[in-house]
Design a protein around this ligand. Structure first.
Ligand code: NAD
Length: 424
């Protein structure tokens, strides 16, 4: 059976569950509820690419645009074998909430290709990326829908998206359109601070949570799942506060060391060996032992559905700071609450990425180039403001932080729909 047609709960069912909980609690306007419960556009493209050996292979790519009431559609591109319409729908919907919560003028979208990029050469990946971009055509655009990196995509891939998009325009138009994609290499119009932005944002928010709880980060311990862009940066930046990284898991395996893992050394090892498995200065552990590791903070920064009825009981942490999108399903949420574990929900916690994407987009539009200090200061200020808004709603509605974050998003979107009305 195709992964598109499944009777099992999908990650999009998790989104609907979270959506209904918050909408019921705040008594969301029924008209707005109907609109937000659905995506706006769902684009599926099948496209051929020539492989290095001369053969043609067909690929399937997606772009789901959830909502653009607040501004252009915005969201990453993921290259992963598990990409399917349910996942992309879910990820696009979370992007709408995220931009609304952190108060930036973007809507929500997401896209990707169902592919294991490790199986292709760099030249093949370039052709796949370019042909996907070409297939999307005018469904993306600098004032319409703006992709960015996500799982298994990076600034290089964004540079190929940019170059392909610009190549389809007239020469006079090209330089006006470099904000068609964010997360670009600096020399191609990227922003300082974008690469680390998601990890940086997570750490700013953890710092704020620590302040609120009079918790000393310099003696804290933490575990990280996923050691790519988000997990790697979060691990490195939290280490600078003196906190100790005691266990890490990526797609290749998990390692632990209670005396602390040297983050820079692990990064170097992971780069050289395409993963953390076999890192010599830590013990190899299994998935169960990783989740059971004693620590203060858990940063899931890999994929969805990691904290569930089966795994949440294993956690002994005080705080889950969600770097990944959708790492906790509704059963996981319930168990975290029962256990009294605090939560910085994905739609707030990993919003640093889209925030600095917004800064990159602004710099491109204005032909400006901001200093890193300026980017970081703006990021911190806006994320802490969002943290305060979520905290306020959590207190007002006596609810968990995920639901409170959704209420912040829905309130902003409701105001826009009330002001503008529905055409015609
Ligand atoms: P990445 O490709 O750079 O890294 C992904 C990491 O997850 C890798 O270390 C990989 O080995 C690991 N991983 C994959 N499958 C795993 C498994 N089954 N168990 C344990 N680890 C596994 O991707 P990324 O950009 O760091 O994205 C990670 C998460 O953060 C995703 O949920 C993504 O949507 C979210 N996110 C990313 C950004 C961004 O700016 N890149 C922004 C917001 C949210």
């Amino acid at each position: 059976m195709s992964p598109e047609y499944t009777t099992k709960p999908t990650v999009y069912d998790n989104v609907q569950h979270q959506f209904n909980k918050a909408a019921d609690l705040m008594n969301l306007d029924p008209a707005v509820r109907k609109i937000l419960a659905q995506t706006t556009n769902e684009i599926v493209v099948h496209f051929p690419v020539r492989m290095d050996n001369g053969d043609i292979e067909m690929f399937t790519g997606y772009r789901v645009q959830h909502n653009n009431a607040l501004g252009p559609f915005k969201g990453g591109l993921r290259f992963h074998p598990a990409v399917n319409i349910h996942e992309v729908r879910a990820l696009a919907t979370w992007m709408t909430w995220k931009s609304a919560i952190v108060d930036i003028p973007f809507g929500g979208a997401k896209g990707g290709i169902q592919i294991d990029p490790a199986k292709y050469s760099p030249r093949e990946l370039e052709r796949i990326t370019r042909r996907f971009t070409f297939a999307l055509g005018n469904n993306i655009g600098p004032e319409y829908d703006i992709p960015a990196p996500d799982v298994n995509t990076n600034p290089q891939i964004m540079a190929w998206v940019l170059d392909t998009y610009l190549s389809t325009m007239s020469p006079q138009e090209r330089n006006r359109c470099i904000h068609v994609v964010t997360g670009k290499p600096i020399e191609s119009g990227g922003s300082l601070g974008r690469n680390k932005a998601t990890g940086q944002g997570i750490v700013f928010l953890i710092e704020q949570w620590a302040k609120d709880h009079s918790f000393d980060l310099s003696s804290a311990t933490y575990i990280v799942q996923g050691f790519g862009n988000v997990g790697g940066w979060a691990a490195r930046l939290l280490h600078r506060y003196g906190a100790r990284l005691v266990a890490v898991e990526d797609a290749t395996g998990a390692v632990a060391n209670q005396t602390g893992i040297d983050v820079a050394a692990l990064e170097e090892y992971a780069r050289a060996h395409r993963g953390i498995q076999g890192y010599p200065d830590a013990e190899p552990i299994d998935h169960h032992a990783f989740l059971s590791t004693h620590a203060d903070i858990f940063i899931p920064a890999a994929l969805e559905n990691q904290i569930t009825a089966a795994t949440a009981p294993l956690l002994t942490v005080r705080l889950v700071a969600e770097g990944a999108n959708g790492p906790t399903n509704p059963d996981g949420d319930r168990i975290l609450q029962e256990k009294g574990i605090d939560l910085l929900p994905d739609v707030l916690c990993n919003a640093g990425g889209v925030m600095v994407s917004y800064f990159e987009w602004l710099q491109n539009k204005r032909s400006e180039f901001w200093e890193l200090e300026e980017v970081d200061a703006k990021l911190r200020k806006r994320l802490i403001a969002a943290y305060d808004r979520v905290q306020e709603q959590a207190q007002k509605f006596a609810t968990d932080w995920r639901t409170a974050a959704y209420i912040v998003a829905f309130s902003r979107l409701t105001k826009v729909y009330r002001d503008r009305g529905i055409f015609p």
